[in-house]
Design a protein around this ligand. Structure first.
Ligand code: MEV
Length: 293
């Protein structure tokens, strides 16, 4: 039986979400979680299985995508992910990259970087309307990236730092397309704030291996995200919880509205304990070194 697989990494944005849509840089990293699509040749109609407790919600767009790509080829598709869905951790981009890799392999086409990029971006646009591409870049390459939107985009791989982040899950999906639109409507009034976010990215690059300094930049980035209206009382509480438990800094990560908060900390244990006491799902991730799996 013929079998091919495609994988895309999940991601977290350290500094720069929303501003990156308007050409400012962002600093983001691939995480050691992601999405895998396995395609196995079989008799009969194409079928999609999504096993496991973290299976994506049965989204009609997903079934449409799969039937467009694999039609009546008689493939058995198995989609697995260990990312929380719709929480700012790049679940849709990791799916888009997994699909691009699997589709090219299924059609015996080389995994050429340009083909992967345009294939995955076309899928991501169907989920998010006006994506900057930072999620797809992380899903494709992993590692720590400085990303600037453009045609073509530019991304620079940075040396992987030794710190870890605590991820606190608000339990609510963030409506990415709606939040991107909310930010767009506030322009040009908020342009100076978006510019400041771009500067913070430069400062964060300098401080990448100095987590206490980096933490202070995360705090400032969160304050700006609040000002542009993409945080929420729950996200602000989670940031407060992390800081109260000793974090060097904390912020929402991704589009906001829901999703996750990330906290940089020397010792994640007090934050994990505080989260458990507040019944907030929390876990630790490290940037994983770049390169396709
Ligand atoms: C979403 O992960 C990040 C945003 O900046 C949107 C984008 O860059 O496409 C909010």
């Amino acid at each position: 039986m013929r079998v091919v697989e495609g994988h895309g990494f999940g991601k977290l944005i350290l500094v720069g979400e929303h501003a990156v849509v308007y050409g400012h840089p962002a600093l983001a990293f691939g995480v050691d979680r992601g999405t895998t699509l396995r395609v196995a040749g079989a008799e009969g109609p194409t079928q999609l299985h999504m096993p496991g407790p973290r299976a994506p919600a049965p989204d009609p767009r997903l079934r449409a995508l799969m039937s467009e790509h694999f039609g009546d080829t008689g493939a058995h598709l198995t989609l697995t992910t260990d990312l929380p869905i719709g929480r700012g951790m790049g679940s849709s981009a990791s799916l888009a990259v997994a699909l691009a890799r699997a589709h090219l392999a299924w059609n015996s086409r080389p995994a050429d970087p340009d083909a992967l990029w345009s294939h995955a971006m076309a899928t991501e646009r169907r989920f998010h309307g006006n994506p900057s591409g930072v999620d797809v870049a992380c899903a494709l390459h992993g590692g720590v990236l400085r990303f600037v939107r453009g045609a073509p985009p530019t991304f620079t791989s940075l040396a992987c730092p030794a710190w870890q982040v605590v991820v606190l899950d608000s339990g609510v999906a963030g409506p990415t397309a709606e939040l991107v639109e909310r930010v767009r409507r506030q322009r040009p009034r908020i342009d100076l704030l978006l510019e400041r976010v771009g500067e913070l990215v430069g400062e964060a690059e300098e401080a990448l291996h100095d987590p206490p300094a980096l933490g202070r930049l995360l705090d400032e980035n969160h304050a700006i995200l609040r000002q542009i209206g993409v945080s929420s009382p729950t996200l602000d509480d989670l940031v407060g919880l992390a800081r109260g438990a000793g974090a060097w800094g904390a912020k929402l990560s991704g589009a906001g509205g829901g999703g996750v908060v990330i906290a940089l900390a020397e010792d994640p244990a007090p934050i994990l304990q505080a989260a458990q006491a507040a019944r907030v799902p929390a876990f630790v991730v490290r940037p994983q070194p770049g390169g396709p799996p």
